[in-house]
Design a binder for this molecule. Structure first.
Ligand code: PRP
Length: 212
């Protein structure tokens, strides 16, 4: 589909802001976007097809070329190191990756345990600090781990800070800032450069004139 651009969109909390950005960039998207269970949404009048994916999977779809472009969190890109180009910082869904744990506690001296959804990021961070740690991979509700004695620390996303606060946890270190990025498949970028350049230019204008 040479004249259609397939965009992988992350379902969940980034979705709404990403949608606002596209609308502000002048794309007319049907109302079913706001409340639909469909996983593929075609908007032929704009030459777009949307794939609604789990945030962690967006870069996978783009790397394999089944989506030409995608909107992915920098957290996912740091964790997965996919073969995609990062074209634009959309400056939406700001949050950061941090080390957190119970207050006033020291990490175990021998191989402290770190629970996280981001094993590669966590491993690299502690290696740089010269710490040998045991990584425990979880898929969500990471904050549970130190509360029930599964880990000394967690590496996780902090957005408003509410989850940490309401669970009596504190932040120890900030690791990296996270915003959503527009990513592209390298082959698509060669084959559909005009379509992709137009999308980038339109989004760029919104982002640099104040965003959503
Ligand atoms: C993320 C993250 C934290 C929370 C942080 O989880 O893993 O748990 O949001 O947000 P806050 O600082 O605004 O409280 P998410 O809601 O994506 O679900 P998960 O626990 O399934 O990862």
């Amino acid at each position: 589909m040479k004249n259609i651009l397939t965009i992988a969109m992350p379902k969940g909390r980034i979705f709404e802001e990403a949608l606002k950005l596209l609308k502000k960039a002048g794309y007319r998207l049907p109302p079913e976007f706001d409340d639909s269970r469909k996983l593929i949404l075609d908007v032929p009048e704009e030459g777009l097809r949307f794939i609604l994916a789990k945030p962690m999977d967006v870069a996978t779809y783009v790397e394999h070329g089944v989506a030409d472009v995608g909107i992915a969190g920098k957290d996912v890109l740091l964790e997965e190191e996919r073969d995609v180009y990062e074209l634009l910082d959309l400056k939406i869904s700001y949050c950061y990756l941090a080390v957190a744990g119970l207050p006033n506690t020291k990490m175990n001296d021998v191989a402290p345990r770190i629970a996280t959804k981001y094993p590669n990021v966590a491993e690299a961070y502690f290696r740089e600090q010269g710490e040998q740690v045991e990584i425990i991979k979880l898929n969500g509700s990471i904050e549970l781990a130190p509360l029930i004695g599964l880990s000394d620390r967690i590496v996780d996303i902090v957005s408003t800070g509410r989850t940490l606060k309401e669970n009596g946890l504190v932040e120890y270190e900030q690791i990296a800032d996270v915003t959503s990025r527009l990513i592209v498949n390298p082959v698509s970028y060669r084959m559909k450069d005009t379509l992709i350049d137009e999308l980038v230019a339109r989004l760029h204008e919104v982002v640099f004139s104040g965003g959503v």
